[in-house]
Design a protein around this ligand. Structure first.
Ligand code: EPU
Length: 354
């Protein structure tokens, strides 16, 4: 095991923020974690698990020991009457996995094409797009406890998935019964994720952007490859490519409000984009709220609001003068303040601030 010192992280976070890992160990197998835990000094350090770095804001050099996940491999590990079970190493690129499953004839992940990041990060925030969330295709995952070195497996219920949420984002989750629960933030490293891809594949359509593509192409029953191609086109047209313009995808979660709150806002803001949810609450489009406050295209220092999707904050600095985490957070707070002042809604950031 090699402990690297003062490792530049600019190319390991999708914002392109300049920061260093004071100490970093590359984890390409479970044995690398065992080696870290056998070392007294390393065992005592707090740990920061780094995947593709596509959902983080670095506000300075990272002092905890960075465990850079590089566990690879993708394979079919099982088959039931209803589904293919595919397993991937946590270090695999998410989009490569989606592409590979389609090539192998196991559709089901196509709506999640082109989401940046790694397989290991996908359950942490229960990634989702165009009507599909990771939890809809999830079978189980393996992880290692970073204190004891014990390997454990979690099923979907144990992951406590929610909208952009899971047990891995909490230090302690209250259960539905109100008793204190158990959170795994900072305590575990995901090594492998298994997906259950239904043999009776059914297209997930219904999103306005997809409906538009269907109409334009005159296609009423698209196959998985067609949906994958459309999703790639839609995302490329609307979202900045992190290789070209640094960003961390949606910066805020879409907030939910009660029907009464929503009715009250509609009275004042008749055009507000909102979607009623099955549980009776109403989801509001955070991008619309930010846009309505006039933020689209604006900048604070080198931090900017993307001009084609106000929900995405971008790095407007050049490679030698990139945005800082502080600038991103200053812009984020200014947006939160103006959305709160106009709509009475506090937007919750999606990325992890380090
Ligand atoms: N809108 C505006 N102005 C904007 C942005 C959006 O008016 O600047 C309006 C749009 O016209 C639309 C509505 O807001 O009516 C929703 O916008 P969009 O369809 O682009 O989706 P979103 O709610 O902004 C969510 C996810 C995305 C995911 C898309 C598609 C969250 C936080 N974001 O965005 O996920 O790709 O739906 O399913 O849930 C990500 O998490 O990084 C991400 C990109």
């Amino acid at each position: 095991m090699l402990v690297e010192k003062n490792v530049p992280l600019q190319h390991s976070n999708s914002f392109g923020i300049m920061a260093k890992a004071l100490s970093l160990v590359r984890v390409s197998a479970e044995s690398d974690i065992a080696a870290v835990l056998q070392d007294d000094a390393l065992r005592a350090m707090s740990k920061f698990v780094l995947g593709g770095g596509s959902n983080i804001v670095l506000t300075g050099d990272v002092k905890p020991l960075v465990l850079k996940v590089e566990i690879m491999g993708k394979r079919l590990v099982g088959e039931t009457a209803k589904a293919w079970i595919v397993e991937a190493g946590a270090g695999e690129n998410w989009h490569d996995l989606v592409t590979w499953t389609l090539q192998m004839g196991y559709p089901g992940l196509e709506n999640l094409a082109l989401i940046p990041g790694t397989v290991g990060a996908s359950p942490v925030q229960n990634i989702g797009a165009y009507g599909v969330e990771l939890q809809d295709r999830f079978e189980s995952l393996d992880a290692v406890d970073l204190t004891t070195g014990q390997r454990f497996t979690l099923n979907a219920a144990q992951c406590a998935f929610g909208y952009r949420d899971s047990v891995f984002k909490h230090t302690s989750i209250a259960t539905s019964a109100g008793t204190p629960g158990f959170g795994l933030a900072g305590k575990a490293l995901i090594t492998h994720v298994r997906f259950s891809l239904p043999k009776a594949w059914k297209a997930v359509l219904g999103y306005a952007d997809i409906e538009k593509k269907m109409q334009q192409a005159g296609v009423h029953a698209p196959d998985a490859q067609q949906i994958y191609d459309w999703i790639c086109e839609i995302r490329r047209a609307k979202l900045p490519d992190p290789q070209v313009i640094g960003n961390a995808g949606s910066f805020f979660k879409n907030p939910t409000v009660s029907p009464e709150q929503c009715a009250d806002i509609i009275q004042r803001e008749p055009k507000i984009v909102h979607y009623p949810l099955a549980d009776g609450t109403v989801k509001l489009a955070a991008g619309w709220l930010i846009d309505a406050c006039g933020w689209k295209g604006k900048s604070v220092g080198n931090a900017g609001v993307y001009d084609r999707q106000a929900l995405v904050l971008v790095n407007r600095g050049g490679p030698g003068n990139p945005v800082t985490g502080g600038e991103v957070m200053t812009l984020a707070k200014a947006i939160q303040t103006s959305v709160y002042e106009r709509f009475g809604i506090l937007l919750e950031p999606e990325p992890v601030v380090v």
